[in-house]
Every structure is written in C-alpha cells, then in structure tokens.
Design a protein around this ligand. Structure first.
Ligand SMILES: Cc1cc2nc3c(=O)[nH]c(=O)nc-3n(C[C@H](O)[C@H](O)[C@H](O)COP(=O)(O)O)c2cc1C
Length: 170
C-alpha cells in the first residue's frame, strides 16, 4: 500500500461515492474531530475500511514491528455482542464499523517499562480516527469494555486494547 493504494482508492471512490466527496485536510480533521455518541444506519464500504486500515499502518510503532492487530466488525449481531461487553454503550451497536485494536506480545516493554502494544494500538487508532474524520465520518474511542468478553466474541487470543467506532452522526 502507499501512494499507489491511495490514488487507486481515490479513483475507485470517486466512481462509487460521488455524493459524499469529502476529504478534509489534517488540520480540518483535527478541528472537526469530536467524540460522536449518536449514529444513524449507514453502510461504510470495505474499500473505505481498507483506507482506515491503511492509515493505521502509517502510524509509528515500537521496534521491531507492530504490536497490534486490527479486527473490523460490520456485522450487526457481533456489534450487539460487543456493545454488551462495552457496558451497553448503545452507540457501539449503532455505528457502522467497530474497529478493535488488539495488542500482541503483551510481555514486550520499552526500556522505560511501559508495554509496547499500548502505544502501538493507540497510535494506530488515532491515525484511523483522523482518516475517518477526513472522509466525513464521525468517531469515538471506547476504552470502557471487558477485555475477556470482547476476546471471546472475536474468538481471538489477542488482547483487545482500544476500540474505535466509525459512522455517520444522526
Ligand atoms: C483511551 C480512551 C478511552 C475512551 N473510552 C471511552 C468510552 O468507553 N466511552 C466513551 O463514550 N468515550 C470514551 N472516550 C472518549 C473520551 O471520553 C473523549 O475523547 C473525551 O471526553 C474528549 O472529548 P472529545 O473526544 O469530544 O474531544 C475514550 C477516549 C480515550 C482516549
């Protein structure tokens, strides 16, 4: 991925979503980003989700590699289950895509003692967040959840670290 991906994605998107051709600058995305807790039904395409993932990949990470994996959930039943694991924060069910950043190699720490996966997950989450906002979506981070429950729902051994909701505000 990289420039090639971005150019092709933009071409594809111009064809797919003519009506919603929003692409804000970074400074405007920063100005517009505010936590959104009320979403309307809206289908985000897989091509757009690929761009959120691409943005996550652009984040810096603690050497030698990324200490997170990203699981994106669009399926309503799974979103409802994750919602329950997020202390029933209703907007988890209502948003278009739930992006779960899961830490890997939990035992690996920086020399100052903090776990690498927390930094890597948070940096990636922020990049996806700003990309989504620049594309005209709204977002909120979800840190208030029961990790063991989210793990079970996603059928993963990885540690859910931070969740990003993306969708269209009501
Ligand atoms: C690590 C982290 C965890 C968060 N967890 C939640 C959460 O579980 N539920 C929620 O509604 N907002 C959550 N937030 C969003 C914050 O409440 C919000 O970013 C903060 O109040 C500032 O508001 P703003 O995002 O509109 O600028 C979280 C934010 C961060 C950075």
């Amino acid at each position: 991925m990289g420039h090639w991906f971005l150019v092709n994605w933009q071409r594809k998107r111009q064809m797919e979503v003519k009506a919603m051709d929003v692409h804000l600058s970074l400074s405007n995305a920063l100005i517009n980003r505010k936590s959104c807790r009320s979403y309307k039904p809206y289908e985000i395409t897989d091509t757009e989700i690929d761009l959120f993932k691409w943005a996550a990949n652009q984040a810096p990470h603690a050497s030698p590699h990324r200490h997170y994996e990203l699981i994106c959930v669009k399926d309503q039943i799974t979103k409802n289950k994750i919602c329950a694991a997020c202390m029933d924060q209703k907007y988890v069910s209502d948003c278009s895509v739930v992006m779960v950043f899961c830490g890997t190699e939990e035992d690996k720490t920086l020399r100052q003692g903090h776990p690498k996966y927390v930094f890597d997950s948070a940096a990636a989450c922020m990049c996806s967040d700003l990309m989504a906002v620049s594309m005209g979506y709204q977002t909120v981070w979800i840190g208030n959840f029961i990790p063991e429950s989210v793990k079970k729902i996603l059928n993963t051994d990885l540690r859910p670290t931070i969740i990003l909701l993306v969708g269209k505000q009501t």
